[in-house]
Ligand binder design. Structure first.
Ligand code: 1GP
Length: 231
């Protein structure tokens, strides 16, 4: 399937390392979301990723893999999103893992299916921030510089402002989107009500909903229904 993420406004992110019932998955896949993103910071393996993909593939919803480690690259997703953590202090997460993967698979990769994501991790308590030693004590000017780096310098089609586990500063998100010329701005973190979905959707191009799926499915499902008319 050809998937055009430039049309996406809402995404559910599912973690292969967390349990989800068939009924919950059914409701998420039929919710009207624009896509399912599969990914997580820890415990993601080939086996749990392939299991989840097979279950999601019973539905028509587009399904993309956000690659977090080389061992968990499973063929068969619509697209493969490759995070490049622009504010990581550990270069493993900027170019290190990528270099290893390209050494192994570079000659056989289908580049039409691969999209780099310029990641900016802003919640210092998030697992991803700890894993990557992200520099999270940054202000809006710093974030704008990272965003321009992704958009203008590296020509990345996607910038991801990641507050995983906390609802971020929507003014900062709005300003960050304002400096992007070509890249699409994804925002994820702490969206657990329709009101927060609305605020985030007014600041970013695409909103990503994760954790609330596992703690309150009903509220998670409501986040799809924000008012899209103003955008
Ligand atoms: C996580 O950005 C996503 O990578 C979504 O964040 O889990 O806080 O919803 P939450």
């Amino acid at each position: 399937m050809i998937v055009d993420i430039s049309k996406w406004k809402h995404v559910f992110k599912l973690d292969p390392d967390r349990e989800i019932s068939d009924e919950a998955l059914d409701r998420l896949c039929r919710s009207g979301t624009d896509g399912i993103m599969v990914g997580g910071s820890t415990g993601v393996t080939f086996d749990n990723t392939v299991d989840l993909l097979a279950r999601i593939r019973q539905y028509e919803v587009p399904c993309v893999l956000e690659v977090s480690n080389q061992e968990a690259i499973v063929p068969g997703f619509d697209l493969f999103l490759i995070p490049v953590v622009l504010n990581a202090n550990d270069p493993q997460w900027v170019v290190g893992q990528h270099h290893e993967a390209l050494k192994e698979y570079g000659a056989i990769m289908n580049w039409d299916e691969i999209i780099p994501e310029g990641y900016i991790i802003l919640n210092g308590d998030a697992a991803a921030a700890k894993l990557t030693s992200a520099r999270t004590d940054v202000d809006a000017k710093d974030v704008a510089a990272y965003a321009r780096m992704a958009d203008k310098l590296f020509k990345m089609p996607l910038v991801y402002v990641e507050y995983s586990g906390a609802f971020g500063d929507m003014e900062l998100v709005r300003r960050t989107r304002g400096v992007l010329e070509h890249a699409r701005l994804f925002y994820g973190g702490g969206i657990d009500t329709i009101e927060k979905a609305q605020q985030a959707a007014e600041a970013a191009d695409t909103i990503v909903v994760g954790n609330i799926i596992y703690s309150d499915l009903e509220r998670a499902l409501q986040t799809v229904n924000f008012d899209r008319t103003g955008r």
